[in-house]
Design a protein. Structure first.
Length: 447
């Protein structure tokens, strides 16, 4: 049986088993709702991901969910145990020991988060890359803890979970905290703060009074709509959900700009310098050039050499894993201090560490590093920026790797292309809009 934490929204007939605690609820894992099947672990309602076969366990036809089968088989004859947890509020809990200082724009956002917590409202926190979103959450989380609420910070990527865990353990050292992701050895034991990947939310029902979804536009949360159901089920009916991102969907942007949804916008970084605006440079058929001559196109090579001479770390973003390899060979003709990383690279973390430490100067990467990695004084180039993988969101996030440090606020971002795409134009417009709003609010020092 798959153990769940928290409360179940819908009660179903239970069976008697001696190994099930009397306070627990038993539900049928896969149910037919009217004419369609639904998996009550992952929320999947796409009939394409259900299969029916003769089941040896129940000696009859049985339907199971293929959407979440990697986490164990869920079928119409499988029962899920929902553990009833004592969620009594305890107002004696505090624990914020962060001694940093918020900038005026961060403080404004922090106040909105506290309001959302106190009033059990939902909030979109739209803050540019490098604005310090994590710090903006601290006072809201402290308010939730003081009210005895349970808090969850969830994000699509394991890398971000690990980074957040370190920061929250430093900020809330006396609060019980669990960190959950695939392969994690920790378990949830009624912890007041939970940091996890979005898939781990499948283990919870009506548990968290404050649910914070970081990088809400990132894969797979932005694609797998069943995860939205999972997130909603993990939060208490009366509670708050804070969605955080630097790159909301077009629909969310429109609703926020028209104040149709409760939101707070932070269009400036803490150092009060504008976001680096990407420039566009035509590069032609760069694949053909590199494969034919094993050398980089002239404009790209010139750009890389310029920043090598300035001893700057350089990100080269490429469309696919295959291109990492042959581009790396061409880059090595310029500098041996180069490496490539992708999602399938077992040495990915070591290579990023070498880049961070200065042992590597040029890092060729797929979009796997578009978020969550901050390298001081880094310069950014996107090769093939016009290709489908580089959406508006991805390009804004990639551009957000530059200019994050107060000493190096003017990093360069360049999109090499074989024809300007609509997504490139939209990304540049969004960055220009943020800078415009930052100046308008008086949060940026100069143009």
């Amino acid at each position: 049986m798959d153990k769940f934490y928290g409360r179940k929204l819908q009660l179903l007939p239970s069976t008697n088993h001696q190994d099930i605690p009397p306070t627990s609820l038993v539900i049928q894992a896969v149910q037919k709702v009217k004419t369609r099947y639904q998996c009550f672990r992952c929320g999947n309602q796409n009939q394409h991901f259900f299969s029916t076969h003769f089941c040896a366990k129940c000696s009859s036809l049985c339907t199971y969910c293929r959407k979440c089968i990697i986490m164990g088989k869920m079928s119409t004859c499988i029962e899920l145990v929902i553990n009833e947890v004592d969620m009594k509020l305890d107002s004696s809990i505090t624990g914020l020991e962060w001694d940093g200082k918020l900038s005026p724009q961060q403080k404004e956002a922090s106040i909105k988060v506290v309001e959302a917590v106190n009033e059990n409202q939902n909030l979109l926190l739209w803050a540019v890359c490098g604005a310090g979103k994590t710090e903006m959450l601290f006072e809201g989380i402290e308010a939730a803890l003081q009210q005895g609420k349970f808090v969850c910070i969830t994000t699509p990527r394991v890398d971000v979970v690990l980074e957040l865990a370190t920061r929250f353990r430093q900020a809330f050292p006396t609060i019980s905290l669990s960190v959950l992701y695939g392969g994690s050895e920790e378990i949830w034991d009624g912890n007041r703060i939970t940091i996890c990947t979005v898939h781990q939310l499948m283990k919870f029902r009506r548990t968290f009074h404050l649910l914070i979804i970081d990088e809400v536009d990132a894969f797979p949360y932005n694609i797998e709509t069943h995860l939205h159901w999972v997130a909603n089920e993990s939060r208490t009916i009366k509670g708050s959900t804070v969605q955080m991102t630097a790159t909301p969907s077009s629909e969310q942007q429109l609703l926020a700009l028209k104040d149709k949804i409760k939101n707070v916008m932070v269009p400036a970084r803490y150092h009060r310098q504008p976001l680096p605006v990407p420039s566009f440079e035509w590069i032609g058929n760069w694949r053909k050039t590199i494969r034919k001559s094993q050398e980089l196109p002239t404009s790209l090579e010139k750009w890389i050499k310029l920043f090598i001479q300035k001893s700057c770390p350089i990100f080269l973003f490429v469309p696919t894993i295959n291109e990492c390899i042959f581009i790396e060979e061409a880059v090595k003709k310029i500098t041996i201090k180069s490496a490539s990383v992708n999602s399938q690279d077992p040495q990915r973390h070591e290579k990023v560490s070498a880049f961070r430490n200065g042992d590597t100067q040029v890092l060729i990467t797929t979009t796997i590093l578009e978020r969550g990695v901050t390298i001081s004084n880094s310069q950014i180039a996107v090769i093939g920026a016009d290709e489908e993988i580089f959406t508006e969101s991805a390009l804004v996030q990639i551009a957000g790797r530059a200019g994050r440090h107060i000493k190096y606020a003017n990093g360069e971002v360049i999109f090499f292309h074989n024809g300007i795409s609509e997504e490139m134009v939209k990304a540049k417009k969004q960055i220009l809009l943020m800078n415009h709003l930052g100046f308008e609010k008086g949060w940026l020092d100069h143009k």
